[in-house]
Design a binder for this molecule. Structure first.
Ligand SMILES: [Zn+2]
Ligand SMILES: [Zn+2]
Length: 287
């Protein structure tokens, strides 16, 4: 079973997040390192960063992810938004590095009518430049699979693969698979054969060696609905079986699997319980 975790709050300081994750019995966690709805961010000082790492050890959080700001669009049309997006993305990498976070997850971006090819090229260029500016080291920057709402890119494995190829730097980038988004984008994992087929396809087009993390969310929208609406585990259209294939897949046994489901801590506790029970019931091993 993967390293189960949840997206936890940083209210009161990033250093408080590991204990919140621990209280949910998580082995991995995701945070925003800033208010995700504001361009401006409070500085993280060295003391806070040190307390954060101490707490990761103390509370035994094995893998950490940061999710980038919702305002960033690396394919933005107008120069002002694009400029702020580029600067903020670089800042996201720097903040994650200061905190020694393993993975920075980002939504590739929306082309807003400019066209998919041009949008993907712009995103890849901006990701590459940001990594060039910040240099080697953590975090590995992960493209999140999207539902393809509006003009959002990254809804097909082909698009993700293309962008990874355009960036180059395979040791600095990768993919975070969001179960809700990809289902809404048309990738079925609700039966054993569709699950196998989807990850075979992923392997052919992108390569499973580029897959580093999961967002485990059930989906309010149907297969191919392109709707980005998360449900609690077992309460959406994916259903429990889809998650039982995933948590029992030995290929992903050390991958962080992060909940971003609605309802706060009480709902997280329930979702984590469901995920753990799927393993305990001895669900059929896919691999
Ligand atoms: Zn996301
Ligand atoms: Zn989503």
């Amino acid at each position: 079973m993967g390293l189960l975790g949840a997206h936890v709050s940083i209210s009161g300081g990033v250093d408080l997040a590991p204990e919140r994750a621990h209280n949910l019995k998580c082995e991995a966690m995701q945070i925003f390192t800033r208010n995700q709805m504001q361009w401006k961010a409070r500085k993280i000082d060295d003391d806070e960063a040190e307390r954060f790492s101490d707490n990761l050890k103390k509370f035994k959080i094995l893998k950490t992810m940061a999710h980038d700001s919702y305002l960033i669009n690396l394919a933005a049309k107008d120069e002002k938004t694009l400029g702020m997006s580029k600067d903020t993305f670089i800042d996201e990498i720097k903040r994650a590095r200061l905190l020694d976070i393993d993975f920075l997850i980002f939504h590739p971006g929306a082309h807003l009518g400019v066209g998919e090819e041009q949008g993907m090229k712009k995103i890849a260029d901006n990701v590459r430049r940001s990594i060039e500016k910040t240099g080697k080291g953590k975090p590995r920057v992960l493209f999140e699979t999207t539902a393809g709402q509006g003009s959002n890119l990254g809804y097909s494995f082909e698009q993700i693969g293309k962008m990874l190829e355009l960036v180059g730097m395979p040791d600095m980038i990768g993919v975070c698979y969001d179960t809700c988004h990809s289902y809404a984008a048309g990738y079925d994992i609700t039966t054993e054969s569709s699950y196998e087929e989807t990850f075979e396809r992923f392997d052919e087009v992108i390569g499973l060696d580029m897959l580093f993390a999961f967002h485990v969310n059930d989906s309010k929208g149907g297969l191919g609905s392109r709707l980005d609406r998360h449900s609690n585990i077992g309460e959406g259209n994916l259903g429990k079986m889809a998650f039982s294939y995933l948590v029992n897949d030995r290929r992903f046994s050390r991958h962080p699997m992060i909940l971003e489901t609605p309802g706060g801590d009480a709902a997280y506790e329930k979702d984590l319980r469901v995920l753990r029970s799927l393993k305990r019931k001895g669900a059929k091993q896919v691999r």
